[in-house]
Ligand binder design. Structure first.
Ligand SMILES: Nc1ncnc2c1ncn2[C@@H]1O[C@H](COP(=O)(O)OP(=O)(O)OP(=O)(O)O)[C@@H](O)[C@H]1O
Length: 261
């Protein structure tokens, strides 16, 4: 497979659930070896879009193509752990992963700088340790695509930069594509190839450096490299729907959201 072979292609996908339009007209391409970051405000549909791409939910319209036999490593946004049920990190890494042995579990932890945690109890991990263990599990089966839903949740700012650096290193080592959801645009800028800004539809997209000079981007994010605040010049109803019948009043880049430069 060539370094930039398509892994997943979505063509005009939309999703309506219980009468609400959650996603509208999303077209995107995920390529091998590329880190794509999905940003957007709470409730923008980021997790919902991941679920569609992972084939956990079907779109109401549009189509999604996946590379046949695509191996995906998924890191969920949060993991509910019942503290009354003790589970070691080792057991968690082996659980539901047939063919994986303790040596491979150790290697997966070493890869994310958490080798010392093999025998630790999952319930006692710090926020940063837990994110590394989740990342180790997602990356443990040589995925062609890593899908990471807010991988730095609960991690302090210094730890967040380290984690993003680690994700870029994993991409280089595994040669996989990466799709990650993040709220902290300023931190992911350095470790991402392409940004997709989602608010039910794709508001803007492109290479971070190109996008950071793009008037549409500046209109959305301002020109400060500061903690990410999301601003739109269109209104959303309480339901989350766009008030003006789905039409944006800001200009959209003409390119399709692929990495065609
Ligand atoms: N199964 C469902 N049925 C109905 N509505 C849903 C369903 N799943 C999600 N939603 C709604 O879709 C919207 C988008 O949710 P989603 O979790 O995708 O947002 P998000 O961008 O990931 O948000 P956050 O940044 O807060 O994690 C929300 O308003 C949510 O309530």
């Amino acid at each position: 497979m060539s370094p930039s072979a398509p892994l997943i292609t979505a063509d005009s996908i939309s999703l309506q659930l219980t009468g609400r339009q959650l996603l509208k007209g999303i077209t995107l391409e995920l390529l091998q070896g590329e880190i794509v970051t999905l940003i957007g405000p709470n409730g923008a549909g980021k997790t919902t879009l991941l679920r569609l791409l992972l084939d956990l939910t079907k779109p109401s319209s549009g189509s999604i193509w996946r590379l046949p036999g695509l191996r995906i490593g998924y890191m969920p946004q949060r993991l509910q752990i019942d503290s009354s049920m003790p589970m070691s990190v080792e057991r968690f890494l082996l659980l539901g992963q047939p063919g994986m042995d303790v040596a491979q579990a150790q290697k997966a932890l070493d890869r994310v700088g958490a080798g010392q945690l093999l025998k630790a109890s999952l319930a006692n991990l710090s926020g940063g340790e837990m994110q590394r263990v989740l990342l180790a599990r997602a990356a443990s089966r040589k995925p062609q695509l890593l899908v990471l839903d807010e991988p730095t949740q609960g991690v302090d700012v210094g730890g967040q930069s380290e984690l993003y650096q680690l994700i870029a290193t994993l991409r280089d080592e595994l040669g996989c594509g990466v799709l990650l959801v993040s709220h902290d645009l300023h931190l992911v800028m350095a470790a991402t190839d392409r940004v997709l800004c989602l608010n039910q539809h794709i508001c803007c997209h492109g290479h971070p450096e190109q996008v950071s000079k793009d008037p549409a981007y500046l209109e959305l994010f301002g020109d400060k490299v500061a903690p990410y605040t999301h601003q739109h010049n269109h209104q959303h109803k309480l339901s989350g729907d766009i008030a003006d019948a789905g039409e944006c009043i800001h200009d959209h880049p003409k390119k399709t959201p692929s990495n065609k430069k």
